[in-house]
Design a protein around this ligand. Sequence first.
Ligand SMILES: [Zn+2]
Length: 327
Amino acid sequence: MQILKPFPDELGLTHLYRLWAVNDLHGLTFGSLAKAFVSRTKDVRRDGFQLPWTPLYIHQIVSHLSGMPEQEYRARHTLMALDKNWRATHTHTPVKHSKIDVYAFKPFQSDSIASEPPLRLCLRCREEDLYLHRMTYWHRQHHIAGLDICLKHHLPLHRLDWQHAHSASNPASLQGVLPSDSLIQANIDPLLQRYFEVARHILENPAPPLYIHAHEQLLKRATEMGLGRQQVSFSGTYCYFEHELARYLYSHLPRVWLAEHFAAKFQDKAFMPDFICDDRYHIELKRLALPDMSRPIFLLLALAAVFKSAEEICLLLFDRNGPPCTV
Ligand SMILES: [Zn+2]
């Protein structure tokens, strides 16, 4: 049985596929492959692994075999810190695969144009990998939701189908589809650049982000900007926060980016979701009224809209327990 450690910032899911490929494991489903992998690695289990050696703990088994604590594996090789299960990234409570898919990386909107194909590849990063490691791999940072260019090289990311993750864990000769010139241009919009920089900083920072604190500051700033206010309910029995953050984002984000990552309807420059719109991205943005209700990527997008620098946002997210922000 060959055990290969993950490369720096390698996407956990494709690290797993690489392990399966190098050990000649074949199966039709994730479940059958995970079962075969767990069965074949029982003999290389070392002392100190406290969980059952079953597919329910597949990522813990992979991190154990890689000589890495599971918390470190999740923080360095998954995108969990940017999504709804972000708390589970650093937890010491066992994370079961049946409860939380740590390998998931989700777009802003599951049926958006950008969601298919889901894999991303930078050809310059690939050249560097081939020079450094004599092979290449799928990079986690290329899969930040909403990203169409490499943050390191500012080159467009090639887009590829799922099948390539299985069949090419070393994507050394693949070519995908390139985003349009207008979408590439949209990615250098200052608001989006702030969002990308902050998302990257969260992935690179070993400390958990202070999302609740940052969210409270978002609502405070929204109030100062006239984008939000406390209202008393019609019955007079409770208060709620009414805000226009969704509309503000629709007005300030490039339309071509919104059409790609939220909904194709944004191609129509006059389109504006109404109050009863039940598209997922709109519901998530409306949920910004209360801390901890929306997925962190939507919170980060809103923070990037109302604060003027990535450094300022990073200070809100990490000032109390993290190293200095170096964005
Ligand atoms: Zn690159």
